[in-house]
Write a protein that binds this ligand. Sequence first.
Ligand code: NAD
Length: 293
Amino acid sequence: MAFIIDGKKISQDIKEELKEKVTAYKAGGVQITLAVIQVGKDPASCVYVGNKKKACEFIGIRSLAYELTEEATEEELLRLVKELNRREDVNGILVQLPLPKHINENLVIRTISPDKDVDGFHPQSVGALSIGQKGFVSCTPSGIIQLLKRSGIEIEGKECVIIGRSNIVGKPMALLLLRENGTVTICHSRTRNLKEVAKRGDILIVAIGKPKFINRDYIKEGAVVIDVGIHRDENNKLCGDVDFNDVIDKVSAITPVPGGVGPMTIAMLMYNCIDSIRLRQNPGSTEELEYPI
Ligand code: NAD
């Protein structure tokens, strides 16, 4: 019987732990504030922003919402980011992506101060991760590490295969698995013999962005499968990049969609907001981040 990794429960446990940390900070007179900027009214973004606000409320983080219209200029957005960079009372800045086409996303990400880059997308954060130094880590991959650890799944020495090389999931995922002493392979759209390569994975992480693409032919018997994808299927039901029903009797553990990776992303965003205090107290340190385990 496959073990179903319960992302909902694990993320709730993390949020409870973080709530205690925030309460302790508050008792010491420290308030943590996250500024969330949304440009336009993309329905999916509205849901994500709403969930982030709810998580802040639950944990005791103050959230500031900035809602710019779809027509807002790049200059206006950059001005707001710079103002929030300067504000002493703001610990984290999150610009909800995607941005409207007329705004240069990379420029906006680069403008966020690395000390407040709670999404972990700034080149300095990514660079720090790649050389094992202190900095924010992208929330979805760090959430996956938590899912594995808190489910008692060992990473050290395992063959870890990642399908997808995006900047927000695949690449940072590879660096984090490497840091946990996994043996890491990254696959992408030009990988040859994907099935054979995927089948090497004791741990297979799928972030490909194609509904139910991965079936049992890609899975090693007894593998742990982490499904990052999120889609609506032909019946409007949520599904992942993995064909859950097809692989379930071949895997030893798997994340469901919904209720697997998704809830972890917000929990780790909250973790980053709190960790911003530590980063700020000791800037430029080469100390690695601690993970809540
Ligand atoms: P992306 O589109 O940026 O990257 C997809 C990757 O898959 C690319 O690197 C590409 O090379 C690879 N790929 C595409 N087709 C392939 C093929 N046929 N064979 C092998 N590799 C192939 O996507 P992303 O941002 O990494 O997101 C991936 C999925 O995860 C999406 O469904 C996204 O919605 C979801 N996602 C979920 C969360 C969450 O919190 N649950 C967070 C981020 C992304």
